[in-house]
Design a protein around this ligand. Structure first.
Ligand code: ZN
Length: 248
């Protein structure tokens, strides 16, 4: 069984397509597990929604998906994110809006729980501190939790009541073990923020009867200039184009 674990695509069609091409070149996949924030920031919300819906997938909602469907007040966002949410909301067809509004916040599938932010605040909490990680471990009912939202590719592990964190790297596949609970973030497809501008995602690979499977971290170059030019042509804030070059 092979799953693509994608998060925070943020209407960046160039990055999304580059990730799909990369996964196809590696031998393909059975399903996409999408962890929220399909839209917001980028210039191609409709095309990204169509692309995901055409592929075998399960998805949950992120805070930006909520902001464009009226479930979250965009005034809670900073200026550029708010402008993008309002612009995106105006682009959506009724059918696209209905799809985003119908996404759940939490999903359990086998040994995995999927949530955008954290289990104590699914859409909004950033899992980037030890107290936040411990709170989600306390609520977690499966061995493994997959999160997005912070745009950092990382893994939290439990150890004697403490939680430790490590950045993921393509050179270090993560062997999963049912007896060792972890919270894993694949990083962001469409707006990486860890200083590496390449799209980030995970490929989950599990052979029948062979343990809990392995997570492979991937970083993929994509046509950043094209994504930036689409953002500027759409009249979205220039900062949203600039930050793609920096991966911040
Ligand atoms: Zn996001």
């Amino acid at each position: 069984m092979r799953a693509l674990i994608l998060s925070d695509i943020h209407s960046n069609l160039e990055a999304f397509d580059a990730v799909l091409d990369d996964a196809d070149a590696l031998g393909g996949y059975d399903v996409i597990w999408f962890l929220g924030d399909l839209v917001g920031y980028g210039a191609d919300p409709g095309a990204c929604i169509a692309r995901l819906r055409r592929l075998p997938h399960v998805a949950i909602a992120g805070n930006h998906d909520h902001a464009v469907t009226g479930k979250l007040n965009p005034d809670l966002f900073n200026g550029a994110a708010r402008a993008a949410a309002l612009w995106t909301s105006a682009q959506l067809t009724g059918d696209e809006r209905k799809y985003l509004a119908g996404l759940p916040e939490v999903r359990q599938a086998g040994p995995f729980t999927h949530v955008h932010g954290s289990l104590r605040d699914p859409a909004l909490e950033y899992l980037i501190s030890e107290p936040a990680a411990l709170a989600t471990f306390a609520l977690l009912e499966t061995p493994f939790c997959l999160v997005g939202h912070s745009h950092y590719p990382l893994v939290w592990t439990e150890n004697n009541g403490r939680a430790g964190v490590e950045l993921l790297a393509p050179s270090r596949p993560l062997q999963l073990d049912d007896q060792r609970r972890v919270i894993v973030n694949p990083g962001s497809v469409g707006q990486p923020r860890d200083g590496d501008r390449r799209a980030s995602y995970l490929l989950y690979d599990r052979a029948e009867g062979a343990g809990a499977g392995t997570l492979h971290h991937r970083r993929v170059e994509y046509d950043i200039a094209a994504a930036q030019s689409r953002i500027l042509t759409a009249g979205l804030p220039g900062s949203l184009a600039r930050r793609l070059s920096e991966g911040l």
